[in-house]
Design a protein around this ligand. Structure first.
Ligand SMILES: Cc1ncc(COP(=O)(O)O)c(C=O)c1O
Length: 377
């Protein structure tokens, strides 16, 4: 079947961070954006807004908040109030704010590992003490262990950071796992900051994303950071939001909003609302395409001697174990072979690489051929 997503879009010379970092011969499968155009409904809405010609200071409308409220109900069956939604220019801003605004110097934070590098950057940048809780493999998927968390928690631990679905590794945490985490947080009086940017990139049929605040009993001490930037592929527009049911907590978190932290740009509001209201069919086809790409990557990686990966439940970011190749730096070796991946060191394990398969199948297969040649040579 020919998919819309098979169409090659030339991204060179569009000042793309992903496409312009390495030479023209390198296939760039690193930073997490996709090579697909956003849905037509988004492009149309942006075009219409651009044609207006006046781009003054703009607020997030009540109608956008209501669209998000309806989206959260539709996607996750979670009833929220529009007053719980607050906008940020990026999700990373939310991670850093969480550490800086909700903890003091001398406090301790629990962060996952290996994980998206901004979890560690946020605690190191703020000069906070931290411990990394690992996600050991249990029955083929990486998940946290409450007994390990119990061994790491300290009297001065204030904040627990979660990435759900997890990047890298793609774990979608279950209700039972999240309930046990919530129980742990309650017992130790911790706040949970949950990065849920990959919530709508679940590839396994039958799995469901569960926002942290929808788990009973932890609404007062948790908040979700969300965005449609990844799902509908407009991260360059920049918009994220916090859903925080506890007004005291959101006040503490967002004290610097609109002073130190700028408002999102007006086009990001337009794109998000169009995606919510008209992007559902596009999203369904995207998931089918990414699922087939995931299966293609999985099958090829398992067939290459020295490489392995676990089944990825969500995201378009495969976490590949290259330790059996006994190379000092797998990232460098693959780069020499003409494929730019993300070095595993960025997430906490240099023997891994992360591969972004949010691209056209033909390009993905070419990159996998190069990877295979590098491993066999
Ligand atoms: C887990 C996670 N959080 C946040 C981000 C970045 O979000 P934003 O571009 O909105 O800052 C990424 C991007 O890869 C991510 O994987």
């Amino acid at each position: 079947m020919k998919y819309l997503f098979d169409q090659i879009i030339n991204r060179k010379h569009s000042d793309s961070i992903r496409w312009d970092k390495y030479g023209p011969e390198v296939i760039p499968l690193w930073v997490a954006d996709m090579d697909f155009q956003s849905p037509e409904c988004v492009v149309r809405a942006l075009r219409q807004r651009i044609d207006h010609g006046v781009y003054g200071y703009t607020y997030a409308s009540q109608s956008l908040k209501e669209s998000i409220q309806a989206y959260i109900k539709r996607q996750y069956n979670w009833d929220i109030e529009t007053s719980w939604i607050h906008f940020l220019p990026s999700l990373v801003t939310g991670l850093h704010l969480s550490v800086r605004m909700l903890t003091d110097v001398g406090d301790h934070v629990l962060i996952p590992g290996p994980a998206y590098h901004h979890f560690r950057d946020a605690v190191v940048g703020a000069g906070r003490d931290y411990s990394i809780y690992n996600l050991p493999l249990q029955e083929g998927r990486s998940t946290f262990s409450i007994s390990q968390l119990e061994s790491l928690v300290k009297p001065n631990t204030r904040l627990l950071m979660l990435c759900n679905p997890h990047n890298p590794g793609g774990t979608v945490f279950t209700k039972v796992e999240l309930a046990s985490l919530s129980q742990f947080a309650k017992q130790h009086q911790l706040i949970i900051c949950s990065d849920e940017i990959h919530a709508d990139l679940i590839l396994d049929e039958g799995l469901q994303h569960i926002p942290i605040g929808s788990i009973g009993g932890v609404e007062e001490r948790s908040f979700s950071l969300m965005s449609l930037n990844k799902t509908f592929n407009f991260p360059g527009l920049g918009l994220a939001w916090v859903i925080c049911p506890n007004p005291q907590l959101s006040q503490q978190l967002l004290k610097d909003l609109h002073t130190l932290i700028p408002s999102p740009n007006l086009l990001s509001y337009v794109a998000t609302q169009a995606a919510i209201e008209h992007g559902q069919a596009w999203h369904q086809v995207l998931i089918q395409y990414l699922r087939a790409n995931r299966d293609c990557v999985n099958q090829r990686i398992q067939s290459i001697s020295g490489l392995s990966m676990n089944h990825l439940q969500a995201t378009y970011l495969a976490w590949i174990d290259a330790s059996q190749l006994h190379w000092d730096n797998p990232f460098e070796q693959f780069l020499k072979a003409g494929v730019a991946l993300s070095p595993g060191s960025q997430f906490g394990n240099a023997q891994f690489v992360r591969l972004n398969f949010g691209t056209q199948r033909a390009l993905l297969e070419k990159a996998l051929d190069r990877i295979e040649v590098a491993c066999n040579s």
